[in-house]
Write a protein that binds this ligand. Structure first.
Ligand SMILES: Cc1ncc(C[n+]2csc(CCOP(=O)(O)OP(=O)(O)O)c2C)c(N)n1
Ligand SMILES: [Mg+2]
Length: 808
């Protein structure tokens, strides 16, 4: 298995050095999976040297080690900063072995020194209680990608490459991973890379033939079909093949050299102003056996080159002497005495291709983005304030107001090129169009005269793949930049799982002192459940918040600004924050502005508070509390309050608005949580609380179940009723309309049922009138459409449904 085939890129000495490095990395990988002791095999292997639980993935690991060895050489030869994204992140032993070999591991974790003691610790800690995970995790130096959940490698790699003109991101794609939806769509990512101003991605498709228990589709395609597929994606593939008997060092070196040369040619052409060179980006298809260099056969069954090599090829090493013998032979086949000195440190000659300092892939600052992070230059968000002479005295489309602020964020940071907006084809639909005044939507392909707002160096990234948007943004953030993802609320569920993974990454990273904080992942959810009356049921789902709330409080923030000024204040806060996932739910349709900017800032600072101007409890004890969170619930609560104030003037109503959902949790569970004393002051126990909430009602119960007042909490929200109908019909269908809220008050406040029987009947009748009206007229009743919060002074006209200052 030593034959070297090739094209003369390497001298035989160079090939030998690379081979020795590779053997060392393979040795260290096997050691991590199996050994607790005897790391250098100075004694014959004994059962006591073996870990009691054998965990890890061997199959992908030798291929990853081979790639790492060759990238090391290429970095040195070309002087090119590179970073590696490992799609099959289950090959954690490879990343750890290479980081240890190159020294970046011991620099990050000095107790795992580059000697026999450190080697033993490296082995023992792997997949061991109190140790490190089996995957390329946040704990792994040089990584921005866990890879546990397959499918996101290419989008992460491209996110890292945007606005990083000197960086080449090598991205290993598993042939199984390539079957996932997110990976399949992310082949298009290079079509959004600007060779003049961005870095490059070098995909390396790892055709080891198998997944856990099955062949991989791409590995079984006829060569011509695979080639046509990859060329169709816009790549120029080069094939490197290794077998049990041949190790293609020379071929791999020549292929990587050619790929880097081609990347530089494309970039130089574009950077010289000559435009797109019309040359395809290179990629490498590496076909090597799964479990390469491992046991060929175990218990009479083939292992190397099959799916059986996926995890631990020899499973009974402690108890089966034959397995123990095979493991020892396997490890000795790498000839450790040639690789490590007596003290356990790697021999200097095998490290001769390891690049220096930060050029080592385990030490690249790009993979610890907080080190490179620069603050955004932010405009004063107060400059974009909607003028609010009195509550409800002005109407705005909140996201359009935010768009003006984002336009200036974009412009102010154009020089430092570290802010982008991401979205699946919805920037205009979500009314953030103002950003397009100062930048275009990224587009590197052909354009037609009919196209608008496309630009090769645009900073608005739109592709109709929520997976790719999310992956790009994660890659961009984790390499030290800033961004915001705007998405229809219902379809953010497409990336539920990606959100989970990113939140987990943050949860772990926060506790690693060497990982510096990165900019928060900001998700703006608009076109939300209550205003999808034109798209209907499929577009009505506010459940993402429920998912978000499962994650650790320390990384999660959810904001429901009720109007434009609160949205501005929240957005400013989120853009300044670090290491969170901020979810902002905000409307885009005309919405009354309740708070002037000063009030909005105070309200957002409180996170939840009494709206004195709306309440009729005179600042004393209320008979009922009307709580609200979200723009539409706030509107309905205020309209219900208006009815109550007119019809039951003696009733003491308190209106409490919640903009920061986390305030509802106890302070013992979330840093934003209200203390019990603060909560009880807002929501006193023993009085009914009618709470109108933007999403599924159960969440409010979940957040408040420990509070004294929980027993009195009655929540209205989205109960999975919807269709293509009017905005008000949506709230009626879900029993969150003003009329129903008034009925709830009457039903819950002791003594009101009798006293307000007539009003209750009017409310029932109003709902019935609504029902007939919308079915006859196709729009909401005028009394609903034209309702406005009572304005001071002489009776005023309802504010225009659309602010004339702003384009529709
Ligand atoms: C989205 C997702 N589905 C399923 C799995 C379980 N899983 C772990 S490894 C693996 C096979 C991966 O095969 P491949 O990408 O070819 O990696 P390699 O052969 O290099 O190990 C699967 C299905 C996963 N990690 N992620
Ligand atoms: Mg595979």
């Amino acid at each position: 298995m030593t034959a070297v085939t090739g094209r003369g890129a390497l001298t035989s000495e160079q090939a030998e050095v690379l081979d020795r490095y590779w053997r060392a990395a393979n040795y260290l990988s096997v050691g991590q999976i199996y050994l607790m002791d005897n790391p250098l095999l100075t004694q014959p292997l004994a059962p006591a040297d073996i870990k009691p639980r054998l965990l890890g993935h061997w199959g992908t690991t030798p291929g990853l080690n081979f790639i790492w060895a060759h990238l090391n050489r290429a970095i040195g030869v070309h002087g090119t900063p590179m970073m590696m994204v490992v799609g099959p992140g289950h090959g954690g032993p490879a990343a750890l072995a290479n980081s240890w070999l190159e020294g970046s591991y011991s620099e990050t974790y000095p107790s795992v020194s580059r000697d026999a003691t450190g080697m033993q610790r490296l082995f023992r800690q792997f997949s061991f209680p109190g140790g490190v995970p089996s995957h390329v995790a946040p704990e792994t130096p040089g990584s921005i990608h866990e890879g546990g959940e397959l499918g996101y490698s290419l989008s992460h790699a491209h996110g890292a490459a945007f606005d990083n003109p000197s960086l080449i991101v090598a991205c290993v794609v598993g042939d199984g991973e390539a079957e996932t939806g997110p990976l399949a769509t992310s082949w298009h990512s290079h079509r959004f890379l600007n060779p003049a101003t961005d870095g490059a991605v070098l995909p390396i498709l790892h055709l080891n033939g198998y997944k856990i228990a099955n062949p991989a589709v791409l590995a079984r395609l006829p060569d011509t079909e695979l080639d046509a597929l990859l060329r169709g994606y816009g790549y120029e593939p080069t094939y490197v093949t290794g077998t049990h008997d041949s190790v293609p060092h020379d071929e791999m070196a020549a292929t990587i050299d050619a790929a880097i040369t081609q990347i530089r040619r494309i970039q130089d052409h574009a950077r010289s102003g000559a435009g797109q060179p019309g040359t395809a980006w290179p990629m490498i298809v590496m076909r090597t056996p799964k479990g390469w260099t491992g046991p060929v056969e175990v218990d009479g069954l083939p292992v190397e080159g099959t799916w059986r090599a996926h995890q631990v090829p020899l499973a009974e090493v402690r108890t089966n002497p034959e397995h123990l013998r095979q493991l020892e032979n396997w490890m000795r086949s790498y000839r450790p005495a040639e690789l490590f000195g007596a003290d356990g440190s790697p021999r200097a000659d095998l490290l001769s291709f390891v690049p220096p300092g930060d050029l080592r892939m385990g030490a690249t600052p790009h993979a610890n983005g907080g080190v490179l992070l620069r603050d955004l230059t932010l405009p004063d968000f107060r400059d974009y304030a909607a003028p609010v002479p009195a509550p409800g005295g002005h109407v705005s489309e909140p996201t359009r107001v935010l768009g003006s602020m984002l336009r200036d964020v974009m412009q102010l940071n154009a020089g430092q090129r570290n802010f982008r907006l991401f979205g699946p084809d919805e920037t205009e639909s979500n009314r953030l169009n103002a950003v397009l005044d100062v930048t275009g939507k990224t587009w590197e392909e052909a354009t037609l005269p009919v196209d608008v707002n496309l630009a090769a160096d645009g900073r608005v990234m739109e592709i109709l793949s929520e997976h790719t948007c999310q992956g790009w943004l994660e890659g961009y953030l984790l390499t030290g930049r800033h961004g915001l993802f705007s998405c229809y609320e219902a379809f953010i569920h497409i990336v539920d799982s990606m959100f989970n993974q990113h939140a987990k990454w943050l949860e772990v990273s926060r506790h690693l002192p060497w990982r510096r904080p990165v900019a928060s992942l900001n998700i703006l959810l608009t076109s939300h459940v209550w205003r999808q009356d034109h798209n209907g049921f499929s577009h009505q789902d506010p459940g993402f918040i429920d998912l978000v709330m499962n994650k650790k409080a320390e990384v999660i923030r959810v904001y429901l600004p009720p109007d434009a000024n609160t949205l501005l204040s929240v957005a400013d806060h989120c853009l300044r924050s670090r290491d969170y996932v901020n979810v902002i739910v905000a409307g885009k349709t005309p919405t009354p502005d309740w708070l002037d900017m000063q009030e909005a800032i105070l309200h957002c600072t409180r996170g939840a508070g009494i709206w004195r101007w709306a309440s009729s409890d005179g600042g004393s004890e209320p008979d009922v509390v009307l709580g609200c969170a979200g723009d539409v619930p706030t509107l309905e609560v205020l309209a219900a309050t208006d009815i109550l104030r007119r019809e039951l003037p003696d009733l003491k109503v308190r209106v409490v608005n919640v903009v920061d959902l986390m305030r509802l949790q106890p302070d013992t569970e979330h840093p934003h949580g209200l203390s019990d004393a603060e909560f009880d002051a807002l929501f006193p126990a023993g009085r009914p609380i009618i709470f109108a909430y933007h999403g599924y009602p159960w969440l409010i119960h979940r957040l408040t179940y420990r509070r004294d007042a929980h027993h009195d909490m009655h929540v209205r929200g989205y109960i999975e009723e919807g269709t293509t109908t009017t905005p008000f019909d949506m709230v009626v269908m879900n029993n969150m309309d003003r009329f129903h809220l008034v009925m709830d008050v009457i039903d819950r406040v002791p003594g009101l049922a009798v006293r307000a029987a007539d009003l209750r009947q009017q409310m029932v009748d109003s709902r019935a009138r609504h029902w007939s009206w919308v079915r006859e007229h196709g729009e909401d009743m005028p009394e609903v459409q034209n309702w406005q919060w009572p304005q001071p002074g002489p009776p005023s006209q309802a504010p225009a449904a659309r602010d004339p200052q702003r384009a529709p």
